[in-house]
Ligand binder design. Structure first.
Ligand code: NAP
Length: 243
């Protein structure tokens, strides 16, 4: 029996769990951070909640006799990426990172790359008027003080800080979205700027629609993560695990 731990929270992690669960003599455990109240559950076993830093993850790897770890967390889950490298190093557990490639701008895109939320807030403060915030609930603080800007906040759950926005509308929705629907949404709300993270992966409908409409996109670049053996898709991960 081989036991693989997937650090999850992404669609790739669900896909990998489904593929691994089909192998005989394979135990697959997906770990979720527990950020959403009703998470979609992957195939195989699931554990939910933080490990308690590097020490907690190292102890879990030993106690559960994990044979290999696949860090399939989101590219913006920076801390977990660092913890995984350190804990796998400490316990001599093989580690593979499954990370979708970053989006790249085309010649017609009007992207403004920024390094962090503070810079994104500064850009919006001086250039944005009607802004779609397509970012996580926990990423909104940089925009709450911008009372002269109107925001459309799209999120799976209503953020606590929604009440702190002077001019904002909430849109509860979970992707993926279609390009035509995205274009209609942007036109309907007269959006001039989109703020999003460079999550990467499949071509993104809102970015295609923004390009079509000539809108500005404030693109937050990925945070640094330590170097690790890296693959970009589920097939690559299976290969990397020798399957
Ligand atoms: P983070 O900043 O890297 O992690 C913060 C802490 O949350 C970690 O130190 C760890 O706690 C715990 N944690 C994170 N991922 C975990 C996992 N898969 N299993 C168990 N514990 C986990 O991560 P984050 O940005 O808060 O993201 C949390 C989760 O949401 C990640 O699993 C990620 O894949 C998913 N997600 C994040 C984003 C994003 O933009 N950040 C977007 C989509 C999905 P301990 O130190 O106690 O172990």
């Amino acid at each position: 029996m081989r036991t693989i731990l997937i650090l999850g929270g992404t669609s790739e992690a669900y896909d990998l769990a489904a593929r691994l669960a089909e192998f005989p003599n394979m135990r697959v455990i997906t770990s979720l951070a527990g950020r959403t109240d009703t998470p979609r559950l992957p195939a195989g076993d699931v554990r939910i909640g933080g490990f308690g830093g590097v020490a907690g993850l190292s102890a879990y790897l030993r106690d559960t006799a994990i044979d290999a770890v696949v860090d399939a967390t989101h590219p913006f889950a920076a801390r977990m990426g660092w913890n995984a490298v350190q804990a796998c190093d400490d316990t001599a557990t093989p580690l593979l990172r499954l990370e979708r490639p970053a989006w790249q701008p085309g010649p017609a895109d009007r992207w403004h790359g920024v390094a962090d939320w503070r810079q994104a807030g500064q850009w919006v403060a001086s250039h944005g008027q009607r802004v779609l915030l397509a970012v996580g609930r926990q990423d909104l603080d940089a925009f709450t003080g911008l009372d002269h800007v109107w925001f459309l906040i799209r999120s799976v759950q209503e953020p606590e800080c929604f009440k702190d926005f002077a001019q904002a509308e909430m849109l509860l929705a979970r992707g993926p979205f279609a390009q035509d629907d995205e274009r209609d949404l942007l036109v309907q709300h007269r959006i001039d700027t989109i703020v999003c993270k460079n999550s990467g992966g499949a071509t993104d409908a809102k970015l295609l629609a923004a390009c079509q409409l000539g809108l500005s996109v404030v693109m937050i670049q990925r945070p640094p993560r330590p170097s690790a053996a890296c693959v970009h898709d589920v097939d690559g991960a299976l290969q990397g695990l020798g399957l």
